[in-house]
Design a protein around this ligand. Structure first.
Ligand code: SF4
Length: 330
């Protein structure tokens, strides 16, 4: 084991975040779910969603019986819903090709929807203690700073970081090493204020105690476009008319109000107007919702995209957080 890996392993043993829920009763299944949730989402946000998900689907057998809508409903509020859709798709592949068991080799894991090389490496290293490199956002930052690589394109950077990760990942104590380097990136080697004074690899890190730049994240924040949404939300005393969003760059397959630009409702209605600004990672949503109560439900043609949903059953449907908040007040 290299000196770098050895220091990470020892640091993890005494400083790692051993109390995270997916690090208790470790199984390939729980590591898979946690790794998917942790893609693009911070640990503190993931913890309650992970606990809720595992309570509902404690093992793979339970998850394999769930519909896509049910999985999306558990995911509701966590964002990046394609991850939940991929979990559902992966379940279908596991049923059809892997005899209802999560595969235990890296190539088969990587063949599952939503599982890339890094996630497969994390499952192999943490759940099976078999050393495979990983390269999530935290690990990229640690290795990129430790070796201070030069690169011309993002592609070149990625290739170089994978080579470093391959070289430094040990065959022994992969469980401790993988979680240790993830934890070091999340805690001490943070984006804006690295704590090099507390870091176990600072004595030979090429970036130790040097200033870090945040220019990239600032640029991204400025470039985010705004999408204007004009919703109508008819509801009776007990039910709400909702629409299942089709494939798009956000909220795919979630239940949302009807697009007021596409559907015209007859008659004058007394509206409650609700304005919401909701930032997503890649764009801002500027929503105007007009909610109004009617005495009698509109008849729907047989169209699965529209549905009268009972107000008492709203929690069973996958809805974006701001929409769920509005709906729950009606
Ligand atoms: S010494 Fe500082 S910059 Fe280098 S890996 Fe540790 S925390 Fe990150």
């Amino acid at each position: 084991m290299s000196s770098f890996s050895n220091r990470i392993v020892n640091w993890y043993k005494s400083n790692g975040r051993h109390d995270l829920p997916w690090r208790k009763n470790i199984s390939p299944y729980s590591i898979w779910i946690s790794e998917i949730m942790l893609q693009q989402t911070q640990v503190k946000t993931v913890v309650p969603y992970f606990n809720k998900f595992i309570k509902k689907y404690p093992n793979l057998d339970a998850l394999l019986k769930a519909s896509e809508d049910e999985i999306l409903a558990q995911w509701s509020g966590l964002g990046f819903y394609r991850r939940a859709k991929n979990i559902y798709k992966a379940c279908r592949v596991i049923s059809e090709d892997f005899n209802n068991k999560l595969p235990i080799n890296i190539n088969d894991l990587e063949s599952l929807p939503g599982i890339g090389r890094s996630t497969a490496g994390a499952i192999m290293s943490i759940a099976f203690n078999k050393g495979h490199p990983i390269l999530d956002a935290n690990v990229k930052r640690v290795l990129g700073r430790y070796k201070k690589i030069s690169f011309k394109t993002e592609n070149e950077k990625q290739k170089k970081l994978w080579l470093i990760s391959e070289k430094l990942t040990p065959n022994k104590e992969s469980f401790e090493y993988t979680q240790g380097i993830m934890d070091l990136g999340a805690t001490h080697c943070s984006k804006s204020r690295p704590r090099c004074d507390l870091c176990p690899v600072s004595n030979d890190c090429d970036s130790a105690f040097k200033e870090v730049s945040n220019k990239v994240s600032l640029r991204k924040a400025i470039q985010k476009p705004t999408v204007k949404l004009n919703f109508i939300l008819p509801h009776t005393k007990n039910e709400i008319l909702m629409h299942k969003k089709q494939a798009s760059e956000y909220w795919e397959s979630l239940w949302i109000p009807i697009d007021g630009n596409e559907v015209k409702i007859k008659g004058d209605q007394k509206y409650i107007k609700i304005d919401i600004n909701h930032p997503l990672s890649h764009l801002n949503l500027d929503m105007k919702i007009r909610a109004f109560e009617i005495d009698k439900k509109y008849d729907l043609e047989s169209n699965l995209e529209y549905k009268w949903i009972k107000k008492s059953k709203v929690h069973e449907y996958a809805m974006p957080t701001p929409i769920k908040k509005v709906v729950s007040t009606l």
